[in-house]
Design a protein around this ligand. Sequence first.
Ligand SMILES: NC(=O)c1ccc[n+]([C@@H]2O[C@H](COP(=O)([O-])OP(=O)(O)OC[C@H]3O[C@@H](n4cnc5c(N)ncnc54)[C@H](OP(=O)(O)O)[C@@H]3O)[C@@H](O)[C@H]2O)c1
Length: 263
Amino acid sequence: MSRPNIRDAKCVLVIGATAGIGRALALAIHDLPSKPTVIVAGRRQERLDELTKTSDRIVGIRVDVTMDRAALKDFAESVVSQYPNLDAVLFSSGVQHVFKLDQPEHMNWNLFESELTTNYTSVVALINFFLPHLMELASTGHPTFLIPITSSLSVVPGQWVPYYSASKAALHSLCLSLVVQLKNTNVIVMEILPPLVESELHDHQGNRERLSKIWMPLDEFAKAAMEGLCRGDAEIPVGYCVSKWERHEKGKLEEMCKGPSSR
Ligand SMILES: NC(=O)c1ccc[n+]([C@@H]2O[C@H](COP(=O)([O-])OP(=O)(O)OC[C@H]3O[C@@H](n4cnc5c(N)ncnc54)[C@H](OP(=O)(O)O)[C@@H]3O)[C@@H](O)[C@H]2O)c1
């Protein structure tokens, strides 16, 4: 019997769907034979409009995940009341900044805090706010899904983006705990760990041309990530992240499942 997987989903919210990985996965999920409704979310309204124009099954909701916790709770509750069949949430919103740790006098605390909020604390809050609904639906026998996106840099940090790597390592650790704590709930956690992928993430760092020679093309990435989502894998490393995951992460989840007394 196959594990619950993305093909079981009927209504998928993709947060961070206006560009890159989120946009590609939103479109790939939309194209599944199961014909789910896809709710695309992000800050740029014109990008949401461009997506919603392409299909009656794509709807857009504007959101900035750096808004305060009460507003994030209102957002989650409003999505659930508008779409009571929501059964999957994919978290693709993310930003990445270069910091020089050897130049402490140039620390930009605002940038640090917005990176941490976007990549980690907003995901913690949103998971908390969506879980009551997802757990209730799951308890009726319909599997539901949490799909966070971490990074190969959550496994081996990129020292040039130290706080980004730390935010993704925190999210990766949380994903493992979620898998274990939710294992009897029918809420399925599937973490995607991308390698360097074609997107807009690094554009503001001014190195698009250099990175474009080495990144994984977006369509190739989306195909591999969708294969993992269609298998229902708890961890979906893609591209060169597979060997990093095998070297540093393989077996961790199994060890956690044995419980603290076995360690
Ligand atoms: N590309 C890579 O090499 C790579 C590798 C590993 C992991 N990842 C991860 O993959 C995810 C997607 O990144 P990407 O590469 O596709 O980057 P991207 O092309 O820059 O897309 C980032 C998405 O995040 C959204 N976003 C950013 N800040 C937001 C905010 N405050 N509120 C709501 N949405 C926000 C953006 O939408 P708006 O600007 O419209 O709000 C956009 O849709 C991120 O979590 C990233 O860390 C990427």
